[in-house]
Write a protein that binds this ligand. Structure first.
Ligand code: PLP
Length: 374
């Protein structure tokens, strides 16, 4: 490779309507391009404090431990589990798609006994099912659920889940990678003890940070561990010292520019207002589903259980989905997703996340599909 053979970076311009990443606003891109400060510069520490305050607003929590983990959504997932589980603990994990399965995999790698609560893809769990598992197993350390299952488009209802976990002495861990900033997430009101997300979905920021919040109960569990957290990089007991005013102990170099970008993305979320933002996601998803129905596509998840941010629909009968998706990308510069696991080859996953949840996106993707299917 010579400099001459390495041409200037010029990726195509795409409309990102897949399962993430989502479109990023010019304001966030400008923040990303701001010259970095040192990670212990007092001016950067102020920016970190502001980021934490904004994250608390968006997570709807007062948890002091609210940070952005270096890494993508999976780093948030791994951080929640490696810090709260010790070998021999029992974890009840809801598995109704790819990301529940990933949670179960990580919990097993932590040395926990993993009790999988399984539901068909596209379906969700009832409080009674979770409670039955807690009562049957006894002494469960945590329950882990996916609020927004990106592989199926199903929204897990959370009412009552926190209370029943508390009654059984278990922590509640919740994946909000595809919901935070796009539909209501109520960390405190739902009694969630560990909640993580990613930047590249409804927050409309590039991938690279994982917002994470721990309740005081979760922090207590972390502090009273018998063994060190097996991951050095994701050990929140050490990382907390960097995010705590007055301590600011170096652990690893913060991804400064991603912190800038996320701060700006959250500023956009708060400027719009959470309720207005959720209403916008719901409105455009409804319009998209109406248009898709006219093309012969029906949603995988049942009415009332669907994510506005991720619309997972069956391709029309007799249509091979992959060539259509390829044509939509190549001829219209629009990215949509295909299916995973048992839904591979059967569905499209159309994300309307953050900046992507616009009338223009709905019109563009419907018109592209209509032309390719004609
Ligand atoms: N959880 C859910 C629900 C997701 O949709 C994703 C990514 O799509 C992840 C976790 C993992 O996030 P990442 O790919 O950013 O590591």
């Amino acid at each position: 490779m010579t400099a001459a053979s390495l041409s200037e970076l010029a990726p195509p311009t795409r409309l990102l309507l897949g399962p993430g990443p989502s479109p990023v606003s010019p304001r966030v891109l400008r923040a990303l391009g701001t010259p970095p400060l040192g990670h212990l510069d007092p001016a950067f520490l102020v920016i970190m404090n502001e980021l934490q305050a904004a994250l608390r607003e968006v997570f709807r929590t007062r948890n002091p431990f609210t940070i952005a983990v270096s890494g993508t959504g999976s780093a948030g997932m791994e951080a929640a589990l490696v810090n709260l589980l010790e070998p021999g603990d029992t974890a009840v994990v809801g598995v109704n798609g790819v990301f529940g399965a990933r949670l179960a995999d990580i919990a097993g790698r932590c040395g926990a006994k993993v009790v999988k609560l399984e539901a068909p893809w596209g379906e969700v769990f009832t409080p009674a099912e979770v409670e039955e598992a807690l009562a049957r197993e006894g002494n469960v350390k945590l329950v882990a659920l996916v609020h927004a299952e990106t592989s199926t488009g199903a929204r897990q209802p959370m009412e009552g889940m926190g209370d029943l976990c508390r009654r059984h002495g278990a922590l509640l861990v919740l994946d909000t990678v595809t919901s935070l900033g796009g539909l209501p997430v109520e960390v405190d009101a739902w009694g969630v003890d560990a909640c993580y997300s990613g930047t590249q979905k409804c927050l409309s920021c590039p991938p690279g940070l994982a917002p994470l919040t721990f309740s005081p109960r979760a922090v207590e569990v972390l502090k009273s561990r018998k063994q060190k957290v097996q991951s050095w990089y994701l050990d929140m007991s050490m990382i907390a010292d960097y995010w705590t005013e007055g301590k600011r102990a170096y652990h690893h170099t913060a991804p400064i520019n991603m912190v800038y970008a996320l701060r700006e993305a959250l500023r956009l979320v708060l400027e719009e207002g959470l309720d207005a933002r959720f209403a916008r996601h719901a409105r455009h998803s409804a319009a998209l589903l109406a248009g898709l129905a006219a093309l012969g596509c029906r949603p995988v998840a049942a009415e009332g259980r669907r994510l506005p941010s991720l619309n997972c629909i069956f391709a029309p009968d007799g249509v091979a989905e992959a060539p259509v998706r390829k044509a939509v990308l190549e001829e219209f510069d629009i990215e949509i997703g295909g299916g995973l696991g048992p839904l591979a080859g059967k569905v499209w996953r159309i994300g309307l996340m953050g900046d992507g949840a616009r009338q223009g996106s709905v019109v563009a993707v419907l018109s592209a599909l209509e032309q390719v299917l004609a």
